[in-house]
Design a protein around this ligand. Structure first.
Ligand SMILES: [Zn+2]
Length: 525
């Protein structure tokens, strides 16, 4: 794999990337006219049409139906495969994932420890001897049949230093990684576990010593490509906790510089997915002078500035500054988002917004509250009255019974709702792990957590595609309709009919963004 990827190299080469156990020819082509035939194309339009053909011209859907013809377009026979609009993850932390130290290796598609080891071994072919293979954030012990992370001994089968820091299940290294970390004062247990203060020191040390603009750019590209293989074509990033210097916190980065690797990819014309960027602020309500970071942001930045590949958004997933911060955001005419972790939290957020809305109407600003594990219908009524929306998901790693959010209630309510993974630091991004939970009501350990608040598969895909138009504020994404950006995923199995356990295994065979083939295991595989 090339360390530096120029536009010409990137667009002109067919590079076999071994990421995880996927070993797929990658071609990021220029937009080309494509006629897709013999598909089961779930359009997610207002009539929920399922058609067999579509035509892409100049990056957009030109015709969608059962009798589409075109001269000069490349014809692709889908052989009955299921097609969905490109998935929009309307709140995640892909920018954090794109700034991880080492040769970051997403492992959200492997489900046993031997498969994880095999994926890491395959990855080592790209990695110079002695350099770290890492997975930091979106990985979980419960995704594995063994319900644990690999041990030091198991990771020693990988001929490189390995560092796995999971959103759930702890942190592990192997013998080579242990020696490197211990030489820098990090305490590592005999089984490779790293915990307590040693954990923050370990991640901070890896960041200090391994991160460069080039490695960040490499990770940013790898992250976007990985999720394109799983069908995500648009990410809405919701920020990080700000640290000026390399931090030991998995959710920390420098919020003023962390977008640079993505801007560099965008500059090269090499984005394999769309990125929407929100700005996270945490000014204390008591700060004097008030709003030390939010104030300058609102005065000096542009909301919704950029192009179809990369664009700024609003403030979130923390607005900061208390009610005064909300007033400033409303006065500036920006979008604002906060997350809620429980009933008291969401109730307080709504009360503050009602205060501000009475002074400065927010009805047109599409303010958002995300996560909402506890969310009774009266709160949905109050938010809907203010023109607000909710983002839900955030489930595969949760435990307990009826831990929410109330998907079924939301589907029958008028309030705007959309899908988010919130993955990257505290949970997984893989949409199929999230869809599994929302459709079956079970977490990744197979335990029921949602009670009767599950969605149908049709509702699930709608929530992660067409419903998310409102949250990215773009009507021409999220559904397969003439005039819209040509973003889609051809799935390797029929999500609408496969067994429950098969859902987590779903991948994309062919991912197209704006008419560009960004992942192809169908026609070149
Ligand atoms: Zn988040």
């Amino acid at each position: 794999m090339q360390h530096t990827i120029s536009r010409r190299q990137f667009l002109g080469s067919t590079t076999a990337l071994a990421l995880g156990s996927l070993n797929i020819a990658e071609v990021l082509g220029q937009s080309q006219d494509l006629l897709l035939v013999n598909g089961r194309i779930h359009t997610m339009d207002a009539a929920s049409r399922v058609v067999s053909q579509l035509l892409i011209q100049r990056g957009r859907f030109a015709a969608v139906g059962n009798n589409v013809s075109a001269r000069g377009a490349r014809r692709v026979d889908l052989k009955g495969k299921t097609v969905i609009p490109g998935i929009i993850d309307a709140h995640n932390h892909i920018v954090l994932v794109g700034n991880r130290p080492g040769w970051h290796t997403p492992l959200e598609h492997v489900f046993t420890i031997p498969d994880a080891i095999a994926a890491l071994q395959a990855r080592s072919a790209d990695v110079p001897r002695g350099e770290f293979i890492t997975t930091v954030g979106p990985i979980s012990a419960n995704q594995f049949a063994e319900r644990r992370l690999p041990t030091l001994t198991e990771l020693d089968a990988v001929n490189r230093p390995v560092y796995l820091q999971a959103a759930q299940g702890g942190t592990r290294t192997n013998t080579e990684g242990k020696a490197w970390l211990e030489a820098r004062g990090v305490t590592v247990a005999a089984d490779g576990a790293i915990a307590g203060p040693a954990l923050a020191l370990a991640l901070q040390t890896l960041r200090k010593e391994l991160l460069t603009p080039e490695t960040r750019k490499r990770s940013a590209l790898a992250a976007l490509q990985y999720y394109a293989r799983l069908g995500i074509t648009t990410h809405r990033d919701c920020g990080a906790f700000h640290s000026d210097a390399p931090s030991g916190g998995v959710a920390n980065e420098n919020m003023y510089t962390m977008h640079e690797p993505f801007l560099a990819l965008h500059h090269d014309g090499a984005m394999p997915a769309r990125l929407r960027v929100d700005f996270l602020h945490q000014d204390p309500p008591t700060a004097n002078p008030p709003l030390p970071t939010l104030g300058p942001r609102l005065r000096n930045a542009f909301p919704f500035f950029g192009d179809e590949w990369m664009k700024t958004g609003g403030i979130g997933e923390f607005t900061g500054g208390g009610v005064e911060g909300l007033r400033a955001i409303a006065r500036a005419g920006w979008r604002g988002e906060d997350h809620a972790l429980n009933l008291a939290g969401v109730t307080n957020l709504i009360k503050d917004r009602e205060t501000v809305n009475a002074e400065i109407p927010i009805g047109n600003l599409r303010w958002i509250i995300s996560h909402i594990p506890e969310f009774p219908v009266d709160l949905a009524n109050r938010m809907n009255t203010m023109g607000m929306g909710v983002l839900v998901g955030w489930g595969p790693l949760r435990n307990g019974t009826n831990v929410g959010p109330p998907y079924r209630m939301l589907m029958t309510h008028a309030i705007k709702k959309g899908y988010h993974s919130d993955g990257g630091d505290i949970t997984v991004i893989n949409p199929w792990l999230n869809f599994y939970t929302i459709v079956t009501g079970k977490n990744l350990a197979g335990q029921p957590i949602l009670g009767d608040q599950t969605l149908t598969r049709q509702e699930m895909i709608w929530l992660a595609t067409a419903a998310n138009k409102w949250f990215v504020e773009e009507d021409d994404l999220g559904s397969i309709e003439p005039g819209n950006h040509a973003d889609l995923a051809v799935l390797d199995r029929d999500f609408f009919t496969i067994s429950e356990t098969d859902i987590t295994r779903t991948r994309s065979l062919l991912t197209i963004v704006g008419g560009r083939v960004v992942h192809d295991a169908l026609t070149s595989g």
